[in-house]
Design a protein. Structure first.
Length: 343
């Protein structure tokens, strides 16, 4: 007699939710997975992101854990970039420079051994940036969000996953229908789970037509960057803490363009294709852990995976694997569950 599948609801259809759901379907065949979200691509925060793999340090998450997540994500995406899926998924290698007005305390960041060909820039290269005195050259990966998110959706559905477009207003509404809830709701965790330690940091970018730009350029402060992509060049950005407004701001766009033109003068007079803004779900430490909600004697097991801030693309697959391992531990303890996995 076949063992019934463990019914898993993933709340959140953005980058973190989709990657976690996909990872579960690939590693835990005993699970039936449904992603429930009010928004899917192209209307998620991930669709706004530049998608360049350069980690943003999360202050209260151990650095060795962040490096492990970054390496798992980089290795996973690198394989895709070197496969027939590269074109459809929108994943490609990108080389360039991160530059500083003065040398940082750590000239070799924690991720330098993960990216390809990391080295300190020479004087000839730095002469391109007269306002900066130090720089790092390397090759990393970039995800074209407008392709990568739909590609993940397709793979997830091909694995037998389901997508459900609706807002979850009360997590207990899922009790009885699903055995486990995986919370990838980001800022939605404030209302759904009462986590007021998560807050928005608004980010704004411009997509411009500049096919002559072939190298990434990123100011070391993280506020100004130029990332060439498949369909255009992404210019950024802004960091507005506590701003819940999702709409682009004209003044902010002007500031972005001015700062990027200072780094790359050839951008003067460039044609703007699109202005985009989104809210980064930020907290001092990522929350990836098991939880059990209790109400009127009823229990609802939950796996949390949220709080990636502006670094989601850099670590999303690593955190998805961690969440999947936590789910495996949880369902192994459940009665009548076949616990074999592909992890």
């Amino acid at each position: 007699m076949p063992v019934p599948k463990v019914k898993v609801a993933v709340i959140g259809g953005g980058l973190v939710g989709l990657s976690t759901a996909l990872c579960i379907t690939e590693c835990l065949p005993q699970c039936s997975v449904t992603v429930i979200s009010e928004k899917f691509s192209p209307n998620t925060t991930g669709d706004v992101a530049a998608g360049c793999l350069i980690p943003h340090t999360c202050p209260d998450t151990p650095l060795h854990q962040q490096k492990a997540w970054f390496k798992e994500t980089f290795d996973y995406l690198f394989k895709i970039a070197n496969s027939p899926d590269a074109g459809d998924s929108g994943i490609h290698l990108i080389s360039g420079w991160q530059i500083f007005k003065s040398a940082p305390k750590e000239t070799y960041p924690f991720w330098w051994q993960v990216v390809l060909g990391f080295r300190i820039m020479n004087e000839a290269e730095l002469s391109k940036f007269p306002s900066h005195t130090f720089g790092q050259a390397f090759t990393t990966l970039k995800c074209q969000a407008s392709q990568y998110l739909p590609w993940m959706e397709k793979r997830f559905k091909n694995n037998g996953g389901y997508l459900e477009s609706r807002k979850v207003s009360n997590v207990w509404d899922l009790h009885g229908t699903y055995d486990v809830v995986v919370n990838c709701s980001g800022l939605g965790s404030r209302d759904l789970f009462g986590d007021h330690s998560i807050y928005p940091v608004k980010g704004q970018v411009l997509e411009v037509k500049a096919p002559w730009i072939k190298h990434l350029i990123r100011d070391g402060d993280g506020n100004t960057y130029i990332y060439p992509g498949i369909s255009g060049v992404t210019l950024g950005g802004t960091r507005q803490t506590g701003d819940w407004n999702c709409f682009p701001n004209t003044q902010a766009s002007k500031g972005i363009l001015d700062r990027c033109c200072h780094l790359e003068p050839s951008l003067h007079g460039v044609s703007v294709i699109q202005e985009k803004a989104g809210l980064r779900p930020t907290r001092s430490a990522l929350r990836i852990e098991k939880d059990v909600l209790i109400k009127n004697g009823q229990q609802l097991p939950v796996i949390h995976n949220y709080g990636h801030g502006g670094g989601g693309f850099s670590i999303h697959w690593g955190t998805a694997k961690t969440a999947t391992k936590l789910l495996q531990e949880l369902i192994t303890s459940m009665p009548n569950v076949y616990a074999k996995s592909k992890l």
